[in-house]
Design a protein around this ligand. Sequence first.
Ligand code: RAM
Length: 349
Amino acid sequence: MLPHTTSRKALKRALGIGAGIVALALVATGCSSSGSGGGSTSGGDKNYKITFLPKNLGNPYFDTSDKGGQTAVKSFGGTYNQVGPSTATADAQVSYINTLTQQGVGAIVLSANDPTALGSALTQAKASNVKIVTFDSDTDPKFRDVFVNQATAEGIAKVQVDTITKEIGDSGEIAILSASANATNQNAWIDLMKKDLEANHPNVKLVDTVYGNDDDQTSFDKTAALLQSHPDLKGIVSPTTVGIAAAARYLSTSAFKGKVKLTGLGTPNQMREFVKDGTVDEFALWNPEDLGYLAAFTAKALIDGTITGKKGDSFEAGKLGTFKVGDNATVLLGDPFVFNKDNIDKFNF
Ligand code: RAM
């Protein structure tokens, strides 16, 4: 029995999208902007200029969520754009928010590198009638209209703790390789993982938490350093797709392969070879393409005035169906899904 909370709905969504994806890097490197989408902004007097601002560019996870956003915006005749920094920092995101506000976009769809540091730029944007949707990584709720959450933080934390504790026989030292130190999403998950470990796994000791900043080389180097400073380490949890892929690459050619267990959140395409070669048994994620798609439709619903962020408001999200706004102006995509050697070939993102 897999240690996960996968619903049929989540699996169906993941499979449905997985089959149709052709690898697509919207913007591969650097700080840039990629315009595209539906050409003219239709929808009467509605400002459907919707720009995605991920944590950083060049991350396959965001290439996939951006692809979902683009599909959605095109489907309702809006103008899609994606901009973002090459490094995952809040400072780098501020200037993009200011520029988009000056340009008068209808909505910014943002994965935040920090819960508060973007606050004043976002407050100005909102004052200029730019709708703010956070997805993937939230800000303090006062700075945005709605947060589109990929899965509950509790569910995301639990699947990772369940997996690593099972893999190391519920005893011994583990470490966390995270993204950047201020990332709202990773920090929320890490807090919950710590609580779960303390409450339910007394023989498992979290000895270190290190940050690879969602940069491949930094994450690779931090993995090497972790293994060196903790010779008794039995497992690594990396709740970031960049981190887990870099850690797997390191482990796969080291003496620790298969001995030091690795799990966390990864994309099937980045992790496939490491599952097949025995470096990694299981890891989890949701469908980033669906997340981007839902976030774009959430932006549309805010622009239309169908929702304002009030609990109970509902809206249509194209092929994903109807969604409701929940507590703290949050919309929930679904459940995390666990990937392993038996199912990984069914996915292509
Ligand atoms: C990385 C980013 C993103 C996170 C995934 C799991 O791509 O940090 O914010 O949600 O990992």
